[in-house]
Design a protein around this ligand. Structure first.
Ligand code: GLA
Length: 757
């Protein structure tokens, strides 16, 4: 049934209440026709695009949800949708611009070709067999524009939108949004965003930011822009201005605004188009800085413990900050290992299993810092959650040697390695489409020499991560390791690989309904045995989205981390549904094996498509880092590090927050309170102290008093604010805080008796 949403309004207001830094042009106009369902068939037949094709025998699928969720859990490959709809000419009467019809299909997993009444109107991604081969483009939003004079539009009568789709693995179909049609307005071409890379944070506690206005259409845009800077905490308007705004076709303008650098500073923008009176509203929250700048004096960060297997090469970078040059010393090194005093790299091989404790000192002209490091030579790797970078959320399948090196270089140059970030993980898309004649996996030409890439990373104190699937092909459609497991494992070892993400993808095809956990374990066991034959330490990342309670058996597969959920995205909904659903899994995390709620969605992301700043608000990003640290989750940055803005760098370089994640005890936090939109998590730390996080999951500021007694803590405590790295007070029995919307207050408690002044 077609629903026509005909509110006759002089104005439409699209308010981006998410407070995000990414202006979407896909919000529909008030007069629109939602596309709710379609006829659907799996397989491929070019006749399906013909308007007259008889699809009466086809099933019905809801649009906006994958076909896996609608009766086809195991299907991957081609499918067709046919949407039957009436396009009323009244749309033209209510529109102002009367230029183009917009067909919005949200995201398509993974490739589409879209026809209106038999005429091709859009094609995104590339089907297998096309020039260049299969290319998945699920992150791209499908929004096709058709001039109103186009004959393919049948006004006031039946129309068929036929969509050919190909899914190469994972989920398939039209998803992540409700499709609709409407008529474009000029104002839909206006993109308002804050320039993240240009924000300046001044020493006087103020910041200045560029607001970018971009007219994406080839038509002039004329109107007024109202800008207000509001302190959301007090509700007071700090600044208000109104100006005429004339944007040339495809024109851009910047407005520079000064404001205080603190929580709750919001910029409200309202553009009113002159002729139509249509309005576009946008709210952006200033990415405010919390982590104090590191000092010149050396500070050693990173975990207090590390694991390795006897007889295998070891590479470990001492994580330390401080003014360069730094020099590194150790009181005693286990036999077989050496510490390079200039680079802080510990390399070599320990022959015998056992525990070794060394005191590391890092010095410069401003002073020194000393910290104990336990080196455990045994059978367990990842004694604390892995930390590093992964290519997927920024580069998708367009990942290349250059892009990986750029992020690796940035990790080092920006000083992130000084805080313990050290894995550089290449995700899907590194492979050529075919194995060689002797069955060897061949890297795509974007990766000229994997061994050299590994050497480059190791030379910089980094560890090298690789990706494959137990299936015949990966989620991106590249060859998987099925029946080549040992061959692949030994090739990775030859390249110097230190980490393998093994992603279920097409392997699920062989596991029809009602399979036992053993069937799901089987492919992971095979690779585990083959990795065990290599004389390298390879951290094993099990990625199968939490199926069959992987947290209960991941450790048995010698998995060091196991994904507990589907893929994360850079939205609050995704962060909330993934991050705040991990609390029951706390018994399963611990040294050597971690629950993995997927990557950090901060910085510039985009899955290979038009990278954009994360759509998470600054507070949501503080929440993600805090929650992941409380959960002892792996910390894998998913953004383009070569374009890291100051806020994101600041977010990722808080040694005190990271130390909660990397705590040697390795206990996941427990959620003790979940009431009235406040969630309280508590984590036991190795030194006997506690980390506590108060999360506000509502959209409003919340005042909250956390009584320590209510959390089972009956002493007086010293409280330290971890993000601000500031002592709050001593002898406390509770804390009272105003927590921002979707924000957090993260602190550490030490019994007053134990606190050293
Ligand atoms: C799956 C995984 C992602 C990524 C892609 C690659 O979706 O969950 O993390 O590895 O596959 O295709």
């Amino acid at each position: 049934m077609i629903q026509i949403n005909l509110f006759l309004k002089q104005l439409f207001i699209f308010i981006s209440l998410l407070g995000i830094n990414y202006s979407s042009i896909t919000a529909q106009n008030a007069v629109n026709i939602p596309l709710l369902q379609a006829k659907f068939i799996t397989g491929n037949n070019e006749a399906y695009k013909k308007p007259a094709y008889n699809d009466s025998g086809w099933e019905i699928q809801q649009l906006g949800q994958t076909w896996q969720a609608q009766g086809h859990p195991d299907y991957h490959g081609y499918a067709w949708y046919r949407i039957h709809l009436l396009i009323p000419s009244s749309l033209k009467e209510t529109a102002f611009w009367k230029d183009s019809l917009r067909i919005y299909l949200a995201h398509v997993n993974d490739v589409d070709e879209t026809y209106l009444n038999g005429k091709l109107i859009g094609h995104t991604g590339s089907f297998p067999g096309e020039d260049g081969g299969y290319a998945s483009k699920w992150p791209a939003v499908r929004e096709y524009h058709i001039p109103l004079k186009e004959e393919a539009i049948h006004w006031d009568s039946d129309n068929i939108i036929a969509i050919k789709v190909f899914d190469g693995g994972g989920t398939g179909g039209i998803f992540m949004g409700q499709p609709y049609i409407d008529l474009l307005e000029k104002i839909n071409g206006l993109l308002i965003s804050i320039d993240h890379e240009q924000i300046r944070y001044n020493r006087d506690g103020n910041a200045s930011a560029n607001i970018m206005l971009h007219n994406q259409y080839k038509v002039q845009l004329n109107g007024t822009l109202q800008t207000s800077i509001v302190d959301e905490l007090t509700g007071k308007t700090i600044k208000n201005m109104r100006q005429q705004l004339l944007l040339d076709p495809l024109g851009k303008k910047n407005i520079v605004l000064a404001m205080p650098n603190r929580a709750g500073i919001a910029i409200h923008l309202l553009f009113k188009e002159k002729n139509s009176g249509l309005e576009l509203a946008k709210m952006v929250t200033l990415p405010y800085i919390l982590t104090p700048q590191p000092g010149d004096k050396p500070v050693i960060h990173g975990a207090a413990v590390t694991g390795l297997k006897p007889g295998h090469p070891f590479i470990y970078k001492v994580a330390a900050t401080g003014k360069k040059p730094l020099s590194y010393l150790a009181d005693k090194m286990p036999e077989g290992l050496t510490l390079n005093q200039h680079t802080g790299l510990i390399t070599g091989t320990i022959k015998t299993a056992g525990g070794y404790e060394i005191n590391i000192t890092v010095k410069n002209t401003n002073g020194y810092d000393t910290k104990r490091l336990k080196i455990k030579a045994g059978n367990i790797l990842a004694l604390t959650p892995p930390m590093g970078w992964n290519s997927w959320n920024c580069w998708g399948t367009s990942v290349s040697d250059d892009k990986v090196r750029n992020s690796a270089k940035a990790l080092v140059d920006l000083g992130l390695t000084g805080y313990g970030w050290n894995y550089i993980n290449v995700d899907d898309g590194w492979q050529a489409m075919q194995r060689s004649a002797d069955g060897e996996m061949v890297p795509d030409e974007k990766f000229p020499d994997m061994k050299m890439l590994g050497d480059y990373l190791h030379g910089n104190g980094l560890r090298f991560g690789m990706y494959s699937s137990p299936g015949t092909h990966t989620c991106g459609g590249f060859p998987g390791s099925y029946q080549h497991e040992l061959q692949d494992a030994s090739m990775y070892a030859g390249w110097g690989v230190d980490y393998l993400k093994y992603d279920l993808c097409s392997s699920i095809d062989s596991m029809k309904n009602n399979v036992s956990p053993a069937d799901h374990q089987h492919p992971y066991k095979i690779m585990q045995a083959d990795l065990a034959q290599q004389s390298r330490d390879i951290v094993y990342s099990i990625c199968q989205y939490g199926i069959k309670d992987v947290w209960k058996w991941g450790r048995e597969m010698e998995g060091n981390l196991w994904r507990t959920t589907e893929d994360i995205e850079d939205t609050w909904e995704s962060l909330y549904h993934i991050g705040f659903k991990q609390d029951t899994l706390f018994p399963y995390a611990g040294p050597g094996g971690w629950n993995d709620p997927d990557m950090l969605t901060v910085g510039m992301v985009g899955w290979g498509e038009n990278l954009h700043p994360t759509r998470l608000t600054p507070d949501e990003q503080y929440t993600q880092l805090s929650l992941w640290s409380m959960l002892s989750a792996p910390l894998l940055i998913g953004c383009d590090l070569s374009r890291l803005d100051k806020f994101t760098l600041n977010l990722l370089t808080n040694g005190e927050v990271i130390s909660i994640d990397q705590d040697e005890l390795g206990k996941q936090a427990r959620r003790l309170i979940n009431k009235d939109s406040i969630q309280v998590y508590i984590k036991d730390l190795a030194d006997g102290n506690k980390a506590i996080a108060l999360f506000n999951i509502s959209q409003k500021y919340r005042h909250y008093y956390a009584s320590f007694k209510a959390l089972g803590l009956n002493d007086n405590y010293h409280v330290r604010d971890l993000w601000r790295q500031a002592d709050i007070s001593d002898h406390l029995q509770g804390v009272e805080k105003r927590i921002p919307p979707h924000g957090v207050f993260l602190f550490k408690l030490t019994s007053s008796g134990k606190h050293k002044k």
